[in-house]
Design a protein around this ligand. Sequence first.
Ligand code: BES
Ligand code: ZN
Length: 455
Amino acid sequence: MKELDKYIESNRDRFLGELKDFLSIPSISNDEASKSDVRRAAEWLSAEMNRIGMENVKIYETEGHPVVYADYLHAGKKPTALIYGHYDVQPVDPVELWDSPPFEPVVKDGKIYARGSADDKGQIFMHVKSLETHLKTNNTLPINIKVIFEGEEEIGSVNLEKFIGNNKKLLKADYVVISDTSMYDKDLPSICYGLRGLTYMQIDVTGPNRDLHSGTYGGGVDNPVNALANIITQLKDKDGRITIDGFYDDVAELTKKEREEFARLPFDEKKYMDDLDVNGLFGEKGYTTIERVSARPSLDCNGIWGGYQGQGAKTVLPSSAGAKISMRLVPNQNPEKIAQLFEKFIVKIAPASVKVKVTSLHGGKPSVTAIDTPAINAAVKALKEAFGVEPVYFKEGGSIPIVNTFKEELGADAILLGFGLPDDNIHSPNEKFDLGNFYKGISTIAYYYEELSKI
Ligand code: BES
Ligand code: ZN
């Protein structure tokens, strides 16, 4: 057994205890009431970084939640890797669907259940423990390392974007290493080489100046809920194609080679449907499920409101309605352009009988990492060593918009080494993280630093 693994092995229980402490802090970034807890998570991380021997540990203030920075730059001409991750988490609602409280981590069947366990606190903690393993075993790190953890990824990373722009020298690195994605499947180590972009919109529809009796006025006045439903159903056709004018103009078509590679990935449609308990699948005609969820754009209504939602029946013609709509984007779609096309289309199809307001909430560009590079080959070696199997390459349907900022501002490619699993319930009740992946992830990352020192 390698010295590094001996250290991990003999500190397993302590690592788990610390992970539980970290996951107990409710660092929900979109919740004003959790603001001090978000800061507490940043302080916890920086204390931990100091404790393991990282240097220049600092909490940088932003206009929003703080950024945690640390470095260890004693490897001379060896490469510099910038480790990025986020310590903020998604809200926990609907909390009644959790089997155990989201911020009281429990271990069951080799998995740890808590909000943020996989996305992304558990995964950034693997990096901290890999650094500790090197520092305590070898008294140094094999490459130069900078670490940046933010508290606003789940709300669009707006302040981090500015921070990167203003601190290019501080953050300068050859590679960015990120563990905020999943493996393609259990026991199948994976390299994620693409992420979708995002445009997130809100539609507000207003009708009469007050709620009306649906008997007195129904049939004579347009109903904002009906009008909104009508608008939403016009955004996609029956073949699952998005109907917004110009939406597909910049979409890079899949190459024959890429389609062949996707087709080689293991995919069991029945298992997929059984896991979700759905009777059928739906998506863009002419594409497989893997293609639809990773390499083709999508449009989804994330939430919709308006009118009476209480018990029983109340006859009312509501005065307003609204919806939140996200579009996942692929190369070479531009989030701002898509936001404009969306607004233009809504204005075009909206009935004159209601007022419609369209707002852009946030967005991010898609990203792709070239796979035939020394840094990716080093990751392949590290994954193979830790998991004993050859990794697969795939694209994630989710988004990490800042990946593109790192490329544009620092010129650095991101290596996405994720250890989550597709059924980790991220953004959903009962989020979990596989502890086998947690420990193997710590080893993989520790090996990866060694591999990067050789290139
Ligand atoms: N960790 C996810 C990204 C992700 C999602 C990776 C699914 C792999 C699979 C990240 O924290 C996230 O949720 N990002 C948001 C971005 C948004 C808030 C700008 C997303 O994809 O919705
Ligand atoms: Zn995440």
